[in-house]
Design a protein around this ligand. Structure first.
Ligand code: SAH
Ligand code: SF4
Length: 410
């Protein structure tokens, strides 16, 4: 793993095509958690529910799944037992299995969720991280297993892309975490749920590039933000992208969630190296997409994420160029101390340098919280998710580094 970044630096453009997984693997196996109302109605019809009852039964199922967080059919007491039985024969409630759980001394929790194979695929594992903070709790959700984009400082980029997650699997991460945290209250209690709201915010900052899995992410966000169920406000959902320019306006127009851009460099030559998709969508185009982001305002700013890499992108000249680059865009800047991983060639900037950098940004009028590392003892930080097991072999990495640049079909 040691020479991965060097390999990429010396070799061809390391931009790889977007997700092209086998059709069979992408096929959605039905399950209730994550399903839209239309899908639930279809499952009910398939279980023989007469047309005139479908709407009412759909509302009942929706309530059990997303307001009460029910994990099995037995809890759904106002649905007649024979119907529950018929449904359970064809559609499971959910499919995720908890493969591991770690709880940090600072309260951060990390779960490894295993999803069964889709079609001809094999089981996949994704990590979900919960970060409790004063008065709120943020859930970091994954959109893909692995990532095709190979940003040189990101551990996920060294992992083999297995496949896109389905909308159901994305929603199930949220339902699972809320259930595990007791956020639904007692699902069998007659008095209804107590919504503790441990999970108040969602960030799509786990594994994967959400804009290479747009349709599934969009469908999942529609379910989690539905006011009758999980009810997470779209203003509390942030989608982070490495900069898939043609898709950015669609995030605002169709998902209406907050946008975060993984910027990390303010010059094309350096960004080409750190975030190789920049070779396809350079800074000028990315900034234009930000300036015209639907719904952008002082109340709905874009977050620019900037990972602090010692001696690479952390000079005060970089800080000044950053401020210049985003001038006029209602923005926040999130300085992220680099999280090293075994084999990386990068180091985190010194603390004084991060502070001096933040100072320049602050003086220009931008809030620039430095993201405090959380859950370090359980490797729950950005870029460290899902380590070891999906690591690529040396041969695979060399093949990847030499792969021709291929246009993304977005
Ligand atoms: N693919 C999307 C979302 C997932 S990455 C994206 O790139 O935006 C979430 C954030 O973690 C990104 O800003 C990413 O650049 C950052 N990150 C990745 N590896 C990191 C590391 N080792 N240390 C600090 N931040 C990292
Ligand atoms: Fe993929 Fe984001 Fe990591 Fe880049 S930073 S490799 S886009 S997950």
């Amino acid at each position: 793993m040691a020479n991965l970044a060097l390999l990429r630096r010396g070799g061809q453009a390391a931009v790889t095509p977007p997700v092209r997984t086998a059709q069979a693997e992408e096929r959605t196996e039905p399950q209730l958690i994550g399903a839209s109302r239309e899908m639930l109605a279809g499952y009910l019809a398939g279980a023989g529910v007469p047309e005139r009852q479908i709407k009412m039964r759909t509302a009942q199922l929706w309530h059990w799944l997303y307001t009460r967080g029910s994990s099995d059919f037995d809890a759904m007491t106002n649905i007649a037992a024979p119907l529950r039985e018929r449904l359970s024969e064809t559609v499971p409630v959910g499919r995720a299995e908890m493969a591991a759980e770690q709880i940090s001394t600072d309260g951060t929790r990390k779960w490894l969720l295993r999803f069964p194979p889709r079609g001809a695929g094999r089981p996949v594992e994704v990590e979900v991280v919960y970060i409790p903070e004063e008065g709120r709790g943020t859930l970091c959700v994954s959109s893909q297993v692995g990532c095709t984009l190979n940003c040189t400082f990101c551990h996920t980029g060294t992992q083999r892309l297995v496949r896109n997650l389905t909308a159901e699997e994305i929603v199930e991460q949220v339902v699972f975490a809320r259930r595990r945290l007791g956020d639904f209250g007692d699902e069998r209690a007659p008095g209804g749920p107590t919504t503790g709201r441990m999970v108040s915010n969602i960030v799509l900052m786990g594994m994967g590039e959400p804009l290479y899995n747009f349709d599934n992410v969009k469908a999942a966000m529609a379910v989690v933000s539905d006011g009758d169920g999980l009810a997470l406000s779209r203003r509390r959902i942030t989608l982070s992208t490495s900069g898939i320019v043609p898709m950015i306006s669609r995030v605002g127009a169709e998902m209406n969630v907050l946008l975060a851009i993984s910027l990390h460099a303010v010059r094309d030559d350096l960004r080409d190296e750190l975030v190789p998709i920049n070779r396809k969508y350079p800074l000028a185009e990315l900034m234009e997409a930000c300036r015209t982001y639907p719904g952008l305002s002082n109340a709905r700013r874009i977050t620019f994420e900037y990972v602090m890499l010692k001696g690479v992108n952390d000079s005060l000249a970089d800080a000044r160029a950053l401020v210049e680059l985003i001038k006029g865009i209602p923005a926040k800047i999130n300085l992220i101390p680099f999280n090293p991983w075994p084999g990386t060639i990068y180091e985190c900037s010194d603390w004084e340098q991060i502070e001096a950098f933040a100072d320049v940004v602050n003086r220009a009028g931008y809030a620039s919280p430095v993201r405090t590392p959380r859950g370090e003892d359980i490797l729950a930080a950005c870029g460290q998710l899902k380590s070891a097991s999906e690591a690529m072999s040396g041969r695979e990495r060399r093949a990847l580094a030499q792969r021709e640049f291929a246009p993304a079909d977005v």
